[in-house]
Design a protein around this ligand. Structure first.
Ligand code: FMN
Length: 218
């Protein structure tokens, strides 16, 4: 008898492309195990450009997001509401919180999307994610979801260079090319090893989902 492939839905928001890079490789890993993957990119109603191209706009964004300002999203596609064996909810940390679009998604669709579902939070950040993770898991539980272990990728640069680098990058500078800073801050975002780790992680999750499906059928 033909077995149905386990299905995973990845819902993500990404402003500067880091979460997108990670989830694409994670999806490759899942597919390598025969998992059917559906990917939904969360889109905002009013375009937010990155970088913000000014120190003032960067500071303003940091303050607003610290107070968990919601950023209105466009309607999700109907496919997100189908049945899945696992949902992965991915996005960046903004001022110690989930990003504004993900907060808006949780307000609008949290119960409908996540009730009685296994949900894996995936976080892309420069390094300070604990409050984000705690708050997101609490919100997911309030929606009736069962959050699994979170997957966290942080930028592989030491502090204080990581904070300085992300701030300058957001404000429109190129810290990786700045005199004295370049040797401490070679690159914005995740590196190739982390992307390969995301693929390996996807492969491990996929193998486990296949095992769980076989166990359920027997
Ligand atoms: C407005 C803003 C606030 C941020 N706040 C945090 C933070 O509190 N902690 C952290 O670790 N990273 C923070 N970051 C860095 C992002 O989480 C990080 O660059 C992430 O990889 C971006 O993912 P994305 O490209 O998918 O949007 C912030 C970035 C922005 C733009």
């Amino acid at each position: 008898m033909d077995r149905r492939a386990p299905r995973v839905c990845i819902i993500y928001y990404s402003l500067s492309g880091q979460s997108r890079g990670v989830i694409n490789l994670l999806a490759d890993g899942l597919r390598s195990q025969g998992i059917e993957v559906f990917i939904e990119q969360v889109k905002v109603r009013q375009r937010i450009g990155f970088p913000f191209y000014s120190v003032y706009k960067t500071l303003k964004m940091m303050v607003l997001t610290f107070f968990r300002k919601r950023i209105a999203i466009k309607p999700l596609s109907d496919s997100c509401f189908q049945s899945f064996d696992l949902i992965i909810l991915a996005g960046p940390t903004w001022s110690y919180n989930p990003s504004g679009p993900i907060l808006d998604l949780l307000d609008r669709y949290g119960e409908k999307l996540f009730r009685d579902k296994q949900v894996t939070p995936l976080i892309s950040c420069r390094g300070y994610y604990r409050l984000h993770d705690w708050g997101l898991r609490k919100k997911l539980r309030n929606c009736g979801a069962q959050p699994t272990e979170s997957i966290v990728f942080h930028h592989p640069v030491r502090e204080p260079w990581s904070t300085i680098g992300v701030f300058l990058k957001s404000a429109g500078y190129q810290p990786e090319k700045m005199f004295l800073l370049a040797k401490h801050y070679p690159h914005y975002g995740h590196n190739v090893d982390q992307l390969l780790e995301a693929k390996a992680r996807g492969s491990r999750i996929g193998a486990q989902l296949q095992k769980d499906t076989v166990a359920l059928e027997n």
